[in-house]
Design a binder for this molecule. Structure first.
Ligand SMILES: Cc1cc2nc3c(=O)[nH]c(=O)nc-3n(C[C@H](O)[C@H](O)[C@H](O)COP(=O)(O)OP(=O)(O)OC[C@H]3O[C@@H](n4cnc5c(N)ncnc54)[C@H](O)[C@@H]3O)c2cc1C
Length: 402
């Protein structure tokens, strides 16, 4: 127990995605109890396809002793091979040797690893608890109500409820809303004996009409995803309400004239295709208010292009818990957390947005300039192998400064 007696000792955490359980685990180490409240009624470890967990995020899991499970179940990722629509190599991102850039892992596995460790350590997770309201009548207390009519109170509220955060909307009603990038993401899994396995390589293709990425596990399972322009501001639910057969038709049509093996991958997918709108967040000026703080996507969601959202959420968790451990005044701890994190997070959100902009190119002039400029960009980006992003480490034993 590292907690001193005058410290807050009960945190209410909203959301059991990535940031929620990771924060609870670090707080537990700091001697602070928390309860996680999750809106979903039940666990669905098959939802959410797969993601790239970058080396910097894995470092945080290592601190929790959870990295080994990811290394075992994930696919090592060294480089991304970028091709244009004609199959011409535009360049690589990452290095073939040395530490992997990260691991590609089914989202459900990562959720399971975090959730099971939280439960193993006695952290309670309550499902079917959709946050409804927040009351802060006393300065150092917070009361929360849920849609099922229950009410709980604690010393602080930690909003880990994702990009459409209700905590944020209640506590910071004038904060900018998430902004739709104009792209949706879709993808799936299949087994194939014909698509070659290339160790450590994820192939990305600027297809004729839409972007496509895939990688093959040594068990011959293929993980794939695509991005396409999509009008309006669709919600996940709206996209899900479109029948699977229609998505299959649309996606087959998008890649039908692309290089091999894109058409084959889409055609051979028999399992359900997941479809997600891509949003990111404009910068939010202040990340906390009295005894409430936001972290992860709730406060700085980044588009998935850089594969960093999960890692940023994990980094937030360790930094926030360290600030709460070392700075007795909760509000000062929250403001130190924001100070420590802001520049890095904003740099990554911007970087990811820039990558996404290249995926919009569909007319021949845009495509010509993208194919001309991208190799130069990749060459210069590779010079430092994105060390600023991937080699970032937070030392738990270091004292949070004030
Ligand atoms: C298509 C797609 C692909 C992505 N690919 C990658 C990738 O390759 N690599 C990467 O690093 N990141 C990726 N991301 C981003 C990544 O998913 C997020 O950055 C990450 O999940 C953020 O974690 P979080 O804990 O902050 O939020 P979330 O994971 O969104 O968790 C929020 C939790 O809060 C719960 N919740 C919401 N509202 C309430 C409420 N009112 N009451 C109670 N609970 C609530 C939700 O049910 C959820 O469980 C991708 C995102 C998308 C959409």
């Amino acid at each position: 127990m590292e907690n001193a007696s005058n410290r807050p000792n009960k945190a209410l955490i909203i959301g059991c995605g990535i940031a929620g359980p990771a924060t609870a685990l670090f707080l537990k180490r700091a001697g602070i109890d928390s309860v996680i409240y999750e809106a979903d009624e039940q666990i669905d470890d098959y939802a959410g396809l797969f993601l790239n967990l970058a080396r910097n995020g894995l470092q945080v899991l290592k601190e929790l002793g959870l990295d080994e499970q990811i290394r075992q179940e994930g696919i090592e990722l060294h480089t991304m091979k970028m091709l244009n629509g004609k199959g011409k190599l535009l360049g690589h991102v990452g290095q073939t040797s040395g530490e992997p850039q990260g691991y590609t892992i089914k989202r459900g596995i990562l959720h399971k690893v975090l959730r099971e460790e939280a439960l193993r350590q006695g952290i309670s997770i309550e499902y079917g608890k959709k946050l409804k309201g927040i009351e802060r009548n006393e300065p150092d207390r917070v009361k929360v109500s849920f849609e099922d009519g229950t009410v709980v109170s604690g010393d602080m509220l930690i909003g880990c409820d994702g990009i459409h955060s209700r905590v944020r909307r209640i506590v910071m009603p004038s904060a900018p809303a998430p902004s739709y990038t104009g792209l949706i993401s879709f993808g799936g899994f299949l087994h194939s004996n014909t698509i070659p396995y290339e160790r450590g390589i994820q192939t990305m293709v600027f297809g004729k009409r839409a972007f496509f990425g895939y990688l093959v596990r040594n068990s011959k399972e293929v993980y794939w995803f695509g991005n396409m322009n999509y009008p309006g501001q669709p919600s996940r639910r709206e996209l899900q309400s479109i029948p699977q057969a229609e998505w299959l038709r649309t996606i087959n049509g998008l890649y039908a004239n692309d290089i091999a093996p894109l058409p084959e991958i889409v055609r051979s997918t028999k399992e359900e295709i997941g479809v997600f709108p891509i949003y990111d967040m404009p910068p939010i000026p202040v990340w906390h208010d009295k005894s409430v703080v936001l972290l992860g996507d709730a406060v700085h969601a980044t588009s998935p292009n850089a594969g960093q959202g999960v890692s940023l959420a994990l980094e937030d968790a360790i930094v926030l818990a360290r600030c709460i451990r070392d700075i007795p005044d909760v509000q000062l701890a929250f403001s130190e957390f924001q100070k420590f994190r802001r520049d890095r997070v904003e740099r990554i959100v911007q970087y990811s947005r820039r990558i996404g902009q290249r995926k919009h190119a569909t007319n021949p002039v845009q495509v010509f300039f993208r194919d001309l400029m991208l190799p130069l960009f990749l060459k210069s980006a590779n010079k430092d192998s994105h060390g600023w992003m991937y080699d970032y480490k937070v030392d738990w034993s270091e004292k949070a400064a004030l």
